[in-house]
Design a protein around this ligand. Sequence first.
Ligand SMILES: [Zn+2]
Length: 236
Amino acid sequence: MYYGRGLSLMWDPTYLLIIIGAVISMGASAFMKSTVSKYNRIMSASGLTGRETAQRILSAAGIRNVRVGAIPGDLTDHYDPRTKVVNLSQTVYGRNSLAAIGVAAHECGHAMQDAENYLPLRLRTQIVPAVNIGSTLSWPVFLLGLLFSIRPLTTAGIILFSLAVIFQLVTLPVELNASRRALKMLEGTGILGREENAGARKVLTAAAMTYVAALAASVLQLLRLVLLAKGRSRDD
Ligand SMILES: [Zn+2]
């Protein structure tokens, strides 16, 4: 049943783990989108846009070498540590909603992490090349090991895949910390009032949950690889 098993690999019972992971990810993403759209309709009392918020926070934090720019797309906001630019999506850049202000402040949180060489951020940047190699090679290596019953190859595939899990594990404190800094700055600078800050917090919490969901989905995928490798070695 050599090839038969190989061919049915995508439909084995462990595939259920992939489906559970996908459902968790979709649920978190839907929750985030609905939370963002809710707080996109609530405008801040200060009337500051995402761009103005970012500029204020950066200057309040004493960061002068970071620019604020606009990029196309929706939910594409990010801080680029190489170019030192807080890139805000069009809706965040020019809008004065609680969601826009929360997201803009979060990206400034990353700029603050970069400015003080925050260790988890540095670690995340440093492991990116290894993670890219891992995610390209993990499945081919793993499948070759499975098809030809070469144990070291399946193990190597699992190790390569776990790099992606480690990356998501390191991402979590980076994201939570950026949001914590954001909310502190929003309240400290008076950009948002206490009640408004609660709205921004909900947006950032919903965004953080998508990272938790991504981590959970990856762990389930890793578990699947381990189960497949174990099942195969039992057959041998
Ligand atoms: Zn972030």
